[in-house]
Design a protein around this ligand. Sequence first.
Ligand code: GTB
Length: 217
Amino acid sequence: MIPTITAFKASPDRGRGLARDMRVRWALEEVGQPYEVRLVTFEEMKQAAHLALHPFGQIPTYEEGDLALFESGAIVFHLAQRHAGLLPCDAGARARAVTWMFAALATVEPPIVERSMAILTESDKPWAGERHAMLEARIRARLDPLSTRLGDADWLDGDFSAGDVMMVHVLQRLGGSGLLEEHPNLAAYIARAEARPAYRRAFEAQYAVFVAASAGA
Ligand code: GTB
């Protein structure tokens, strides 16, 4: 059965692959599962049909027969459990890969998202500079130990896993901030992931949406 995911009809990131459907597309490509995409507008995301799939009216969602999922982490975990390639067979290694998925979403992503939101919504406030510095310090408090743990390894724990999918996509949101460049091994980690054929296919697919939307605009 071909699953269907949802993505922005017009992503605010202009095809940079930062919206969270990219994680799901990437995982689908890694496991070789074909998929369909239903593009939704911001208005459609808040209407009943989409809210039945996603209680918070967001993307991405995932439909596979009777199964409907939301939350990028849950969707990638579902795919990784269903298909070979994103979670190791060994029980301990598998649990550690899942731990990295949680670490990406629960420990590393929050201050990164907070920084993006602050830039978007608070840049005109008189205290914006002070808050920005505080948020960057919080991000460094995550990047420093992450960089130490990664060391000169290719991936977070042995073979490439769903943990790397989530972590790389979380870190990519720091592009242009200068923060990643403070850790050359993290910058190299992201570049290594972006060179994966599955990543390229997923990126091109979401970029094509932006190109098509621009042509029609
Ligand atoms: N925890 C959920 C998950 O992981 O799936 C979060 C889902 C989420 O935040 N979805 C966003 C959304 O639907 C899109 S990805 N927002 C619309 C809304 O809430 O009304 C977040 C995102 C948006 C834009 C950029 N960008 O432009 O760079 C990056 C990330």
